[in-house]
Design a binder for this molecule. Sequence first.
Ligand code: ATP
Ligand code: MG
Length: 392
Amino acid sequence: MNKIIMIKYGELTTKKANRNFFIKTLNDNIVKILKGYEVKIKKDRVRMYIEAEENILDEIKDKLTKVFGLHGIVICHQVHTNIEDISSKALELVQAEKGETFKIITKRADKSFPIPSMEFSHKIGGHILRNTDLKVDVHTPEIPLHIEIRKEGTFLYTNEIRGIGGYPVGIQGKGMLMLSGGIDSPVAGYLALKRGVTIECLYFESPPHTSVQAKNKVLKLAELLDAYAGNIKVHVVPFTKLQEEIFKNVPHDYMITIMRRMMYRIAESFAKKRKCKILINGESIGQVASQTLDSMRVINEVVSMPVIRPVSCMDKLEIIDLATKIGTYETSILPFEDCCTVFVPKHPVIHPSLEKAEEYEKSFDYEPILKETIANIETMTSLKSNTFEDLL
Ligand code: ATP
Ligand code: MG
């Protein structure tokens, strides 16, 4: 019979009350990520099975390694539940593998099958010993052969690929990710997705001080994150006017503090419009002047929505490692000006005071500009930045 993909949910199975919702969301996400492939998906309380033509199974498996909520992915062989079929498939599979030692690991989920797991492993092991030169090693076998006996049939496999874990994207509702072209915010987005949060992205641009390339870089990053979620939207904030007003009116050491307070105000207001429950960003404690605890406190003061900072306690090198692993690093390090780097003062305040920040803000009438800025936020309908490469 067929080769199929079997998926293990892992962590999900411990969440009994929400299990159906989890599995349904996971199923929907898999359908989304496999759009365009001809597949048949079946699911039960502990496993999901994906049937497709054999020549596309590997490709599908690769896509699944980016789906959150998945803890194990195996390409396995399904046979009818009888000793003859199982033992001949078991023999065929171990013979196809490289190695000199093996172990049979049987899981009898279908208790109507009369032979207990241990006894069955011995039986199949005996068949392999009689027909090959392989030896048994129960501790560190080179070829571990798994046999899962289930209602739907028996599944055999030798290699299990670890999924990326986490919860299915969508089970937690929505968050607004402040996505810049840097290294940190895409990683922050990834980590939020990993805990089941759907994300939309907000990017502040300041043309002509920032380039089209800078914006395309952000779109590219969103596209890379999209592989983990499907359907990510990017909203672009026209930030030039506000930033110029800040530059004109605010003492330069407080420019970044005030700029970030404005960003937060815009982000919260727009996030509410988009029915997001939290803001997410890539701030990391102590990384730059605006991310000292004092700065964070003064900046955070302007919003009441929770702000989640998934990388706040990570070292830069740890963030870089993760960015590399998830595939965003190479894009993040492309050298395009971002709006924060254009208006950077020589000596930004490291321990700002709330009173001063509030006082400086009173020096110009920012409310109407904020309103206008929010009204002019543009939503990108297509992430496909095929023009991205052309622009480099
Ligand atoms: P780097 O990886 O170089 O630190 P960064 O994008 O993290 O770049 P920071 O100045 O550290 O830049 O900004 C902290 C956080 O603020 C970012 O992680 C991002 O969430 C948000 N942010 C900064 N600039 C922008 C922007 N232009 N648009 C949207 N969000 C931004
Ligand atoms: Mg940063």
